[in-house]
Structure formats: structure tokens, C-alpha cells
Design a protein around this ligand. Structure first.
Ligand code: G6P
Ligand code: ZN
Length: 543
């Protein structure tokens, strides 16, 4: 057995998006496709020789084969050790944790996150650096550049590595260490949260449903909620992971987590409901009859974080992605801490977290997290909510009402137009950009435009600048509309329209969001001519 050098040629389109390289599964299964990209990852980080990596994925279709390919390529490149989750499985936050606690040179995560899995669905791969966080743009650009120039890659020729049993084995001269995917992560959660208070909560009859959506969090949630915290069996629903996520769409929002939403809005509602996505980094929070938007969830977590032991000393600062509602900014203001606004993509939080400028961060796309890892973390958000509920002893709906009374409310919704023809979507944004400078001062649906721009971010830590991150239209009185194209889709373009209105209260704090946002929705269509430019008369998904 030996190292083979395989000739290859560049494959177009291997450009990482918001979160790694994400394509259809069949694309990844194509000749040299995965190999070319993996070789480019190793090339971009200056080679794999002597290095240690973490490897795992969300268990979707092709995860098992990809693990074997990556192990053999790492072995051929002279890597010293790869730490693999048993069965090739690791949730994204668990991988981030292992990368950090084991002091590795980074890790490779196999996932297309919330996109469906299966041979006719999606697959993805991304590299996270030694800090446990997604590679910054400078590094992903290098990877892409190498994919355009690749002429060959090396791979160890040998039998499959057995990743089904715990312990050490090898691949060529490289050590492969198979670890329990849940253990280290569960221990980290025990350090951050008051597990005895949570046990007491469940022992006192508190009920919840956690929807793992047939994805990676099944084993994590069962271990933590049912085994360690004593929640009754059956608390975790859809807890058996499957390669196609039970044929579903593992995206925790009211549209795709409908089964859970139906429970929580019905007469059998439990005290608390939550869901996570394919790879375990997203979360949805819902109380009895009360859906909590991700933006509001971030604000509530920031306002109440000190109730959990891991955050008892207070927050250094908070960060949110630009399209996320500005609800958390109000909390930061009240706490006297900094609130940072970054482009969409968790990778932009990395520098702020590493520099100790922020403790908590979150995105409208159902991601919340903290400095405990360098990824967003679904179960972490659920446990922090539980810790807050255990300490405050009031319902989710009461927490929300109290929050809005204290800070005012940012009504919020996101409208997605999926698989729009790329040229139509580009034309819409180009047209919008061209008229940005004319918008201020104009009146749209009775609201005066205060400012309009294309968002650019200057990273306060490394000074890098990221441009073209989305069009923002701000109105007098605090309403805002943001338009941007998704960086995670695999078919055509997805136009995202983020709608926000600000109500100071005390009147008007408890209206249904769609009703409260009607004027903003009409304004978005008037400004961007969505209907005319895309031919769509309504969004495909509303969250
Ligand atoms: C992934 C990233 C997030 C991002 C989300 C939406 O989950 O990790 O950081 O917010 O995708 O991105 P998109 O470009 O599709 O709006
Ligand atoms: Zn995800």
C-alpha cells in the first residue's frame, strides 16, 4: 500500500459561500470533486504535514464516504493525527469544541447545515481553523484560488478505516482517534449551565419537546436532556438521525418544524419547545403558543445571560449580523456594552470572540452562540433558555412580554424567494443599488427614508474590509428593510428580504408580526419591485 498521486484538472465553481462549499450531493460525488477541494484546503493552510485535525459531519448521505476519502488524503499528506467522531459524526458545535480543547490545527466539517440531505439533495464541506471557527474569507479565497490551478492530489491507497469503534487506529502512518461525539460537548454544557437547577425544573413537572428533525442533535439532546437532566423519555422527538433526515428539511423554523409548531400552538403544548438543524448549530425557540424570533431570542439571552453560571460575570459585548433585528442593540445600550454589526456568516464573529470583545452573538437565521466555541450552537441556546426559565420561574410568553415592556419591540420577519433565476435576482439588486443615493428623503408607503446603503464591514480586529454585504434601507422611526442574496443556496438565487419595524410601547407591543409589518412588506415591494422583477407574487418561505 502506498501514496498515489492522481492527476486532475480544475473544476469550476468550487468557491466557498457563506458557510463553506455547498453543492448538490451528486456534484460532490462527481469525479475528483471532493478530492480537488480537500487538496485545496490542505494547500491553503500550508500543507497537512505533522498536523492534527478534527473530522466529522452531520451524517447526511455521502458523509461516510467523504470521511474515508479525507482520512486517506490527510494520511497521504503526512498528517499526524485525525480525531474523528464515532461513525464519522460530529455536530458543528461539538467539532468546534474538539478543535479547541484538543489544541488541533483545525478541522473539516461535512454538512450542508439546514439543507435537505440525500443523493438528490445537498452536501457540504468546510474548514475551521485552530480557534474552532469557520475559515475567514482570506483563507477561503486561497482555497478557491487553488481549486482553479490544481493539477493533482495525493491519496493513501488502502482499505477503509474503521470509524465505528472508539479508540485509536491508523490510516497509513497517520493515527486515527475515534471519539464519542457527545461526551466532551455534554461536559462543556455542564460547565456553563446550572444542571442541578435544570434537573429540579424537570423533576418539578416542567415539560418540553425538542425536535431533532432526524438530524445530528438526536444523540446529543437525548444524552443531555433525557439522561443527564432527567426529562422524560419522549422529550426528544425525531431523535434518530438518518442520511436523508427522514426525507425532511432540517431547518428549525415555523415552516419546516411544523410538527413541533403544531404541538406548541395546540392544546397539548408543553411549557417549552425547541428544534435544531441538520448539523446542530441552529435553534428555534417556542413557548406555549408563543414563537420567539431568533432576533428576539438573542436579545432575551443577552438580557438574562448572567442567570447562567457560565455568564455570571457579565458580557464583554454582543454582536449580530447586519440583517438581524436591532433588538439586541437596545439590551447592549442598557447594559452599557458594545453591540457590533457584522455581515451575514458566523465567520465574521470569530475575530470579535477571539479578541474578547464579545461574549454573545447571533443571527436572524436561527443561530445564537457565545465564546464557548466558535460556531453557533443549537443545544447551547436551548440550555441557556432553560436556565433562564428555571431561574425566573415564568413562562416564555411572560418573558417576551416583560422584555418588550422594558426595551420596546422590533417586529421582524424574513421573506425568502427561492430558486429565482440568477440573472433576474442580480438585476433586481443592481437596480436597487443604482437608486440607493436617490432614496433618502423620499416617502414610501407613508414612511420617510432616512438612509440607504450597501453594507460594508471593517473588521475592528484585523482591519479587513468586506463589501457588498446587503442593501439596507432605513426609515425614520426605526423601521428597516434589508435585501440580499443568500450565500448558501445551491439552485439559482435566493432573494432574502428582511423586514423590521420598531415600536417603543407601551401600546402596540403584542400584535401578530405579519399584521404589524404589512406596511413594511408593501414598502419592500415598492422599492425593489420584487413582483415585477422576479415574477413572484409571494415569498416561498416566511420566517
Ligand atoms: C449559515 C451560516 C450563517 C448564515 C446562514 C444564512 O447557517 O453559518 O452564518 O447566517 O447560513 O446565510 P445565507 O447567506 O443563506 O443568508
Ligand atoms: Zn447548521
Amino acid at each position: 500500500m502506498s501514496v498515489l498521486t492522481i492527476e486532475t484538472t480544475p473544476i469550476q465553481g468550487q468557491k466557498p459561500g457563506t458557510s463553506g462549499l455547498r453543492k448538490t450531493t451528486r456534484t460532490f460525488m462527481g469525479t475528483h470533486y471532493l478530492e480537488n477541494f480537500v487538496a485545496s484546503i490542505f494547500g491553503a493552510i500550508g500543507g497537512a504535514e505533522g498536523k492534527t485535525f478534527v473530522l466529522g459531519g452531520d451524517g447526511r448521505y455521502f458523509n461516510d464516504r467523504a470521511v474515508q476519502v479525507i482520512l486517506r488524503m490527510a494520511a497521504a499528506e503526512g498528517a499526524a493525527r485525525v480525531i474523528v467522531g464515532q461513525g464519522g459524526i460530529l455536530s458543528t458545535p461539538a467539532a468546534s469544541n474538539l478543535i479547541r480543547t484538543r489544541g488541533t490545527d483545525g478541522g473539516i466539517i461535512l454538512s450542508a447545515s439546514h439543507n435537505p440531505g440525500g443523493i438528490d439533495a445537498d452536501f457540504g464541506i468546510k474548514f475551521n481553523g485552530p480557534n474552532g471557527g469557520p475559515a475567514p474569507e482570506s483563507l477561503t479565497a486561497k482555497m478557491h484560488d487553488l481549486t482553479m490551478r490544481i493539477i493533482g492530489y495525493r491519496i493513501w491507497e488502502g482499505a477503509d478505516v474503521d470509524v465505528s469503534s472508539l479508540g485509536e487506529t491508523s490510516c497509513g502512518e497517520m493515527t486515527v482517534e475515534v471519539v464519542d461525539p457527545v461526551d466532551d460537548y455534554a461536559e462543556l454544557m455542564e460547565e456553563l449551565f446550572d444542571f442541578s437547577a435544570l434537573k429540579a425544573l424537570f423533576a418539578g413537572g416542567f415539560t418540553m419537546r425538542f425536535d431533532a428533525m432526524h438530524a445530528v442533535t438526536g444523540p446529543y439532546a437525548t444524552e443531555i436532556l433525557e439522561r443527564r437532566l432527567g426529562a422524560p423519555a419522549g422529550t426528544v422527538m425525531n431523535g434518530n438521525p438518518s442520511p436523508d433526515f427522514g426525507g425532511g428539511h432540517p431547518d428549525p423554523n415555523p415552516t419546516w418544524a411544523k410538527e413541533l409548531m403544531d404541538v406548541m400552538m395546540g392544546s397539548d403544548a408543553t411549557d417549552f419547545g425547541a428544534a435544531s438543524d441538520g448539523d446542530g448549530d441552529r435553534n428555534m425557540i417556542v413557548g406555549k403558543g408563543a414563537y420567539v424570533t431568533p432576533s428576539d431570542s438573542l436579545a432575551v439571552l443577552a438580557a438574562n445571560a448572567t442567570l447562567a453560571p457560565g455568564y455570571a460575570n457579565g458580557l464583554a459585548g454582543v454582536a449580530r449580523s447586519m440583517p438581524t433585528s436591532r433588538a439586541v442593540d437596545r439590551v447592549a445600550e442598557a447594559l452599557g456594552i458594545e453591540a457590533y454589526e457584522t455581515p451575514t456568516g458566523w465567520k465574521f464573529f470569530g475575530n470579535l470572540l477571539d479578541a474578547g470583545k464579545v461574549t454573545l452573538c447571533g443571527e436572524e437565521s436561527a443561530g445564537t452562540g457565545s465564546d464557548h466555541v466558535r460556531e453557533k450552537d443549537g443545544l447551547w441556546a436551548v440550555l441557556l433558555w432553560l436556565n433562564i426559565l428555571a431561574a425566573r420561574k415564568i413562562s416564555v410568553a411572560e418573558i417576551m412580554a416583560d422584555h418588550w415592556t422594558s426595551y420596546g419591540r422590533n417586529y421582524y420577519s424574513r421573506h425568502d424567494y427561492e430558486a429565482v433565476e440568477t440573472d433576474k435576482a442580480n438585476a433586481l439588486l443592481e437596480r436597487l443599488e443604482a437608486k440607493l443615493s436617490d432614496l433618502p428623503g423620499t416617502i414610501v408607503q407613508g414612511m420617510t427614508v432616512e438612509a440607504a446603503d450597501q453594507f460594508a464591514y471593517d473588521d475592528p480586529v484585523d482591519g479587513s474590509r468586506s463589501e457588498g454585504q446587503g442593501v439596507r434601507v432605513m426609515f425614520e422611526g426605526g423601521a428597516r428593510i434589508v435585501f440580499r442574496l443568500s450565500g448558501t443556496g445551491t439552485q439559482g438565487a435566493t432573494l432574502r428580504v428582511y423586514l423590521e419595524d420598531r415600536v417603543e410601547g407601551p401600546e402596540g407591543l403584542d400584535r401578530p408580526a405579519d399584521e404589524a409589518l404589512q406596511t413594511i412588506v408593501a414598502a419592500a415591494d415598492e422599492i425593489a419591485q420584487i413582483h415585477e422583477m422576479t415574477g413572484r407574487d409571494k415569498p416561498d418561505v416566511t420566517t
